[in-house]
Design a protein around this ligand. Structure first.
Ligand code: SF4
Length: 225
């Protein structure tokens, strides 16, 4: 069980009045997570980090696969042509666990930069987290990490069934961390905070009717928390 040094874990909402809901939810969650992590003893922090080991190993495998098979095509199609389709949406879905994993794996500076962009309106049509040198997240949200546009998939997988199967295997692995038809890390990380009396609007595995239904169908008790 993770222990907390100082249970002062309420997000600072004083600057939130003018912000859009997306920015508010992201900022509130990041501030909540950072306060929680700041309150952990080094030992408790290290215990929490060790629960992420398997997921981070999966993310490493995923990065290796994407770099090996998609780097050239994505660079050519998106970055040189400035389409950058993957990051062109204004608001991406980030789970609570995404925010927590990124915060655990980041120093203060990149997290400060994320807080800074969330504290001002998004000036363009791109994701608010897209900076001049790429994504501000050290460990990107899983939705982004697994996003491949149809055109890239067609070009890479066409005629290469073996490679396509490797991709499907990675998609299956992702579900073992995120899809709550069994106990999964993303659910556990939300529960850790809920048990500490902390709530975030990004706790979809505990609040989304669709995901709660998945749990119920799998016979998982959703009334405990
Ligand atoms: S969070 Fe990062 S990777 Fe995801 S859409 Fe935004 S800039 Fe792109």
């Amino acid at each position: 069980m993770v222990s907390i040094k100082e249970p002062q874990l309420v997000a600072d909402t004083s600057q939130l009045n003018w912000m859009n809901t997306y920015n508010q939810e992201q900022l509130q969650t990041l501030q909540l997570v950072r306060k929680y992590l700041d309150g952990l003893t080094p030992r408790a922090f290290s215990e929490l980090k060790s629960t992420l080991k398997e997921y981070l190993s999966f993310r490493n495998d995923l990065d290796t696969f994407l770099t090996r098979h998609f780097n050239d095509i994505c660079t050519e199609q998106c970055f040189r042509s400035r389409l950058s389709a993957c990051c062109s949406r204004e608001g991406i879905i980030a789970f609570f666990a995404d925010v927590l994993v990124n915060a655990v794996m980041s120093d203060s500076e990149p997290l400060d930069r994320i807080e800074a962009v969330l504290s001002q309106p998004n000036p363009g049509f791109k994701c608010i987290f897209l900076g001049d040198e790429g994504c501000l997240w050290q460990v990107t949200p899983i939705v982004c990490a697994m996003f491949l546009c149809d055109s890239a998939k067609e070009r890479v997988f066409e005629g290469n069934e073996e490679l396509h199967k490797c991709w499907e295997a990675l998609e299956e692995q992702k579900k073992r961390f995120t899809w709550p038809d069994r106990p999964v890390l993303f659910d556990d990380l939300e529960a850790l905070f809920i048990d500490a009396g902390l709530r975030s609007p990004l706790m979809y595995l505990h609040d989304s009717p669709g995901l709660l239904r998945i749990k119920q169908l799998a016979g998982i008790d959703t009334t405990k928390r």
